[in-house]
Design a protein around this ligand. Sequence first.
Ligand code: C2O
Ligand code: CU
Length: 477
Amino acid sequence: MLFAVALGFVGWTWWGSLVPDTYSMDDMGVADFGGGEAVAHEAAHGGSAVGVDTLTGPPDGEPDVSETLVARAGKVEIGGDGARAVDGYTLNDTSPGPVIRAKQGDLVEVRLVNESVPDGVTLHWHGVDVPNAEDGVAGVTQDAVQEGEEHVYRFVAEDAGTYWYHSHQVSHEQVKRGLLGTLVIEPARGPSTDDVVAAVHTYSGQRTVQGMVGEQHVEAAAGSTRRVRVVNTNDGAVRTWVSGAPYRVVAVDGREINGPTPVEGKTVSVPAGGRVDLEVEIPDDGVRVSFGGGASLVLGPADADAPTDDEPKQRFDPLTYGSPADIGFDPDAADRSFEYRIGRRIGFLDGRPGFWWTINGSIFPDVPMYMVQEGDVVRMTISNDSGKVHPMHLHGHHAVVLSRDGVSASGSPWWVDSLDVRDGETFEVALVADNPGIWMDHCHNLIHASEGLVAHLSYVGVSTPFRVGGADHNHPE
Ligand code: C2O
Ligand code: CU
């Protein structure tokens, strides 16, 4: 009898875990109003919801930057001594795809053509707070672009900084295998330092920087200053350090640090999906910026012989770095406060038994749908008790870190879109809900996302005409 009851319970749990073959994000998860006003979807807009497909960038006007990216399946050629070509995906025949450069205020237009990627593709502008329809999430903000099809993205490059783009269709597979590139938005005016883009990606065990294994030389005159834009496109953290000169961390996740001071003898840990800009003044012998796995950049005169130092043991900590500045809103006057509690337990995910990630105790799809209204000040407490680190990435917004493990941030405002939350840690962050839409808030170890570590921040009154799964084969993770 007891056995039958137990079996019945397991069967019921199994049944309850099944994710439908196709579903709308509108019906997903459990609405969480964060203690704020609970407004019905329909009520907010006099009965008619706003479709995410209407929340586009400027539909008219000549773009200032225009680019066509052709996605193909095939060999990815890796540069550098001893590198092996791998099977994967390219954009305009390379991976990473081309560096897209814009100036702040530019209208950017990118035409994505899928020539031969069987599962379909999209482009997500990681860290760029674009209008929702341009966000590139298959099944939420658009349909995946199938072979022979194309899709045009248009948005204004509002915030200067270091960003990247990648497919958000079957992303745990497509990103790893090369469907990515970088985007640099330069400040509209002011002295712009010469920069070097350093996207770090590991192709089948080969750690590369800008698609090359080993050491690469970048010519830079002694006495000049360079900004190295480090972009971590891997699933795990990348540690980077500088040998031969002190450096300053001048930006994190596309936001400038206020009052950055010289750093020496410390490693910077860049979360999966995260970016840091390092500024160095080039000494006579050059400097080496290392990224682990033998990948490094030597910046200096042609004959520079930069030192090779072991990775420093000490960690750079953004919580205390730089000097405080106004963040433009009061996080103590929050309209909503959410909890994003990451755990792990035995259960069923879509009928499969396993040891699965949980959000606030539940396994996907029973995860929270964080509901906000435009203009809300939102606080979120992100904690992790799952035994593993999770690089948490919120689309469409930047959040400012208020505290870590109860210790208040005391340096420059630390704005993030990609934040490593290590096992046992608790972060409090805050943001202003100023970009209507339905926005993913997920782990950027994309395998974890495909295992259900995904929730959404959703604006009341916004709905999506797209569906996950189904005839359009949309599989964002
Ligand atoms: Cu870079 Cu939802 O991702
Ligand atoms: Cu994770």
